[in-house]
Design a protein around this ligand. Structure first.
Ligand SMILES: Cc1ncc(COP(=O)(O)O)c(C=O)c1O
Length: 235
């Protein structure tokens, strides 16, 4: 995670707008055990966050928050003849399109509001902490397994690692891990993706499901090793 306090300070010194892309991470600010990871987010001039991610709102509900409402309005407001404000009547109310590019838009906020009303903020905070604790649990299992290699330290809910049962050339290791990933996806066992960290390919497990249990993570590693050894002709 970027050092938000340092970036905020730099933006203040240089007079730069401070935007935080918190599509995944912003909601950590409601998670009691991990909110310190996003200290400084409160200084943002604008913030993007995705309720369809860690708030489990049905797709899709992207959200942008801007601290200064008049700067926000001034950036978007346009009033051609057919959208002129009037002192009374329907056109006297505030125009929502003054705050974005869309004129007609669905009532996406309803599902976000209902989700929060039904479950409360505290429950989502606990679930975020749970996913992060699970990511650390998965990380420890990876570290303690000689056939697996951690690709980066785990800070939040994402664990990057590879199946590496023996010394293999980078290309062969990448091909092996991609094949494992695809077989896990095709069998419906796990929806692991992949990425490149410091120039090296690895698998990427992002834990954001409130139904995930530690036993699922144990199964994930068992399956990775079993599929991997089958591909290598050892299984
Ligand atoms: C950091 C970050 N920014 C932006 C996005 C874009 O997300 P969406 O199009 O779902 O709002 C993502 C999606 O994963 C993300 O992780």
């Amino acid at each position: 995670i970027d050092d938000l306090k340092a970036i905020s300070q730099l933006c203040k010194e240089e007079g730069i707008w401070f935007h935080v892309d918190g599509c995944i991470g912003a909601l950590m600010s409601i998670a009691p055990e991990n909110k310190h990871l996003v200290d400084g987010i409160e200084d943002a001039d604008s913030l993007a966050l995705d309720p369809h991610k860690w708030l489990h709102v049905p797709f899709e509900a992207g959200c942008a928050l801007i601290k200064d409402a008049s700067l926000h309005r001034d950036a978007f407001a346009v009033h051609p003849e057919y959208l002129e404000e009037k002192p009374r009547g329907i056109a006297a109310a505030e125009y929502l399109q003054d705050y974005n590019l869309q004129t007609s838009r669905g009532f996406r906020a309803l599902k976000v509001w209902l989700t929060l009303k039904e479950h409360g903020v505290a429950k989502f905070g606990r679930l975020i902490d749970q996913n992060i604790a699970q990511a650390h649990y998965l990380t420890e299992m990876v570290k303690n397994d000689s056939e697996l290699e951690l690709a980066a330290p785990t800070t939040v809910n994402i664990v990057c690692f590879s199946y590496k049962p023996a010394e293999l050339a980078d290309d062969a290791l990448e091909a092996l891990n991609i094949e494992i990933m695809i077989r896990l996806q095709e069998s419906g066992t796990a929806a692991v993706s992949d990425t490149t960290v410091k120039g090296r390919h690895c698998l990427r497990a992002a834990l954001c499901n409130h139904r995930t249990r530690r036993s699922d993570l144990e199964l994930l590693l068992r399956e990775i090793k079993s599929v991997g050894s089958a591909i290598l002709g050892k299984g």
